[in-house]
Design a protein around this ligand. Structure first.
Ligand code: ADP
Ligand code: MG
Length: 638
């Protein structure tokens, strides 16, 4: 050897960046190994590619691999590859300077960044890659020989501002990076990076799917104290998502799903796709057939992991899957992102947003396939995930139509089966414009609610919505297939409007209203504490009264939900509707006409209101008083 040692200075920006890296902008120091392995893997890719196109290269590509070597005495960890290698000039260019565009600007912004979090999110735009070695090493020695050349080069630095270069003879083709590991220091987040178990864990976590073997020599001491050395491959290399679909069996998909989901049921649906072009990625997503226990907990995580070129980047990647699809499990592997990409940057990345839009469409399409494929499987799926999917009707207005298409709801049409909105619309009566629904806490209270009477009698189908989220989406979603959603417990309902003879019906109606005007006015005053209005109803056939809301009033169930969540909501006064054909209402009118000052009238009014409240499953404001009034009335009646 004997060649002279040259000392060179890092480019100014590089120095700045090194200082940042060393002074721990990263809380997670483990990632240095992921960065070095990723570089080695790239170098192996490049050598394979170059040897295909350049026959003069004469490179040995018989056993491309990455080797990890630990020397506990020297306290070094070496990452070695037999990839493309670097020439002296390439080292200066690639390692000594930061060639990437925009670096200077980034560093300017970093200087201005107020705190560590801001710095962290800025640096996420940019891979520090190789320099991350200095987080765990106080000296780094890189030896490399470019394929197709004879000259080897050694680069060495303590990361402080300069590096040394010298020529080295006799190196194999490829690169070795030797880290002189700092002592373990838990306070500083420095693990024992010379420990076999730690190295195994990091490789398994971040680099398992690297397509080249990552080998490590290990020592085993047997019972007699004899040590044997063997070489282990630490990574599985099996990135199922990167293989062509037609070569993957159902069992392989299921096995992979089990690994990433810890769910023992096979998935309901598998989505495997590859996007080519300007932004390449592979996605392998699964729709589970059963819900995890924490689906509704605040801490529930999204099930999609992000990889960059087979390197694990993060779990729970919210930028790739909306909250309402948090049950989807799987992997997205992109080819053109920095390994260091942060969550914040991902959220705002235009291309990632496009990927997310595409994945959402695919997932919704797959759910639809479950529906069209097997009604029973879909019923199970919907019972598990329907409530979560319906959150999408509030969050994701881009996909309202696709989501409405998936909605499955109980209805008065068939007590044993749910219906889709499409089926509902197909059964709509001539002239029916709206999709009728009624919300409530349980199916039984809704089904027995007086509001349904006239709809039943006239043969109109009503959806029975008992999921808490139903209260909200029906208010927000404008329409399905051109039909708006109409609560039968809200607003005015006019079911008896025959197409002909309309005038006669109108005349009849106004006559009735005149007859009852005095009673209604009196009741409105008498019950002013409880309701905002008393009026005649066309919803009722058998009951005397029911309570309804104005078109945009909050329903009682929703009011209760908000209160349960600890939110302040002003009490919503409702409207009491009376059935003019009911004998009690008729008798009330007669009694009021005879003597409007009779104290019994006010008590009966209170009882009518209380009964209407009970009939819809509501709670009486003063149950004891109600019971006393009722008992008195009954006693007098006997
Ligand atoms: P990035 O990988 O994002 O380009 P790095 O800082 O990790 O950034 O590496 C800088 C460059 O150094 C790489 O692009 C590559 O050209 C070169 N390099 C790093 N490690 C190796 C290696 N093991 N073999 C060959 N080239 C390497
Ligand atoms: Mg790199």
């Amino acid at each position: 050897m004997g060649s002279s040692v040259e000392t060179l200075e890092f480019q100014a920006e590089t120095r700045q960046l090194l200082r940042l890296v060393i002074h721990s902008i990263y809380s997670n120091k483990d990632i240095f190994l992921r960065e070095l392995i990723s570089n080695a893997s790239d170098a192996l890719d490049k050598l394979r590619l170059e040897s295909l196109t350049d026959s003069d290269l004469q490179a040995d590509t018989s056993d491309p691999h990455i080797a990890l070597e630990v020397d506990r005495d020297a306290r070094t960890l070496t990452v070695r590859d037999n990839g493309i290698g670097m020439s002296r000039d390439e080292i200066v260019e690639l390692i000594g300077t930061i060639a990437k565009s925009g670096t200077a600007g980034l560093l300017e912004k970093l200087k201005d960044a107020q705190d560590a979090a801001a710095a962290q999110s800025l640096i996420g735009q940019f891979g520090v890659g190789f320099y991350s070695a200095f987080m765990v090493a106080d000296k780094v020695t890189l030896r490399t020989r470019r394929a197709g050349t004879d000259a080897g080069t050694q680069w060495e630095s303590d990361g402080e501002g300069t590096y040394e270069l010298q020529a080295v003879d006799g190196l194999p083709v490829g690169t070795s990076v030797t880290l002189h590991i700092k002592p373990a220091d838990t306070e500083d987040g420095l693990a024992d990076y010379l420990a076999e178990s730690k190295i195994r864990q990091i490789v398994k976590q971040y680099s398992d799917f690297i397509r080249w073997p990552i080998r490590m020599a290990t020592e085993r001491t047997d019972a007699e104290g004899a040590t044997t050395r063997e070489t282990d491959t630490l990574n599985s290399m099996k990135a199922l998502w990167a293989r062509p679909r037609n070569e993957i069996t159902e069992d392989e998909y299921t096995e992979f799903y089990r690994q990433i989901s810890h769910d023992w049921q096979p998935p309901a649906k598998t989505v495997h796709m590859r996007a080519e072009g300007t932004f390449e990625y592979e996605a392998l997503l699964f729709i589970p057939s059963q819900a995890p226990f924490d689906l509704f907990s605040r801490e529930a995580k999204r099930g999609v992991q992000l990889y960059v070129k087979r390197v694990f980047i993060m779990d729970d990647c919210e930028a790739l899957m909306p909250n309402y699809l948090r049950f989807v499990k799987g992997v997205v592997d992109t080819h053109d992102l920095s390994l260091n990409i942060s969550r914040e940057i991902l959220q705002h990345d235009r291309q990632i947003r496009a990927v997310r839009r595409r994945l959402v469409k695919k997932v919704l399409g797959a759910v639809k396939e479950v529906r069209t494929g097997d009604a029973e499987a879909y019923a199970t799926f919907w019972s598990q995930f329907g409530s979560v999917l319906k959150e999408g009707l509030l969050e994701d207005t881009d996909n309202t139509e696709a989501l409405l298409d998936l909605v499955s709801a109980a209805s008065t049409h068939d007590p044993d089966k749910t219906t889709t909105l499409r089926e509902y619309v197909e059964r709509m009566k001539d002239g029916q414009e709206a999709i009728y629904y009624l919300t409530g806490e349980t199916r039984a209270t809704v089904e027995n609610s007086p509001h349904l009477e006239a709809f039943r009698a006239k043969g109109y189908e009503v959806l029975i919505l008992t999921d808490p989220v139903d209260e909200v989406w029906v208010e927000q979603v404008p329409a399905f297939d051109g039909h708006r959603f109409q609560s039968i417990a809200k607003g005015q309902v006019d079911l008896d409007e025959p197409a002909d003879g309309g005038e006669e019906a109108d005349a009849e109606k106004s006559r009735r209203e005149q007859d009852f005007a005095a009673l209604l006015a009196w009741l409105t005053t008498s019950l002013a504490g409880q309701v905002k209005q008393v009026r005649l109803s066309s919803r009722l056939t058998t009951s005397a009264a029911c309570l309804v809301g104005d078109a945009h009033d909050m329903t009682p169930t929703l009011e209760k939900m908000y209160r349960a969540m600890g939110q302040q909501v002003p009490p919503v006064k409702r409207i009491l509707e009376l059935n003019p054909a009911h004998p009690l209402v008729a008798a009330l009118r007669t009694a009021h006409e005879a003597d409007a000052t009779d104290p019994a009238l006010a008590e009966i009014a209170e009882l009518v209101h209380g009964s209407a409240l009970l009939a819809e499953g509501g709670e009486l404001p003063d149950p004891a008083r109600f019971t006393r009034l009722l008992t008195d009335r009954l006693t007098r009646a006997l």
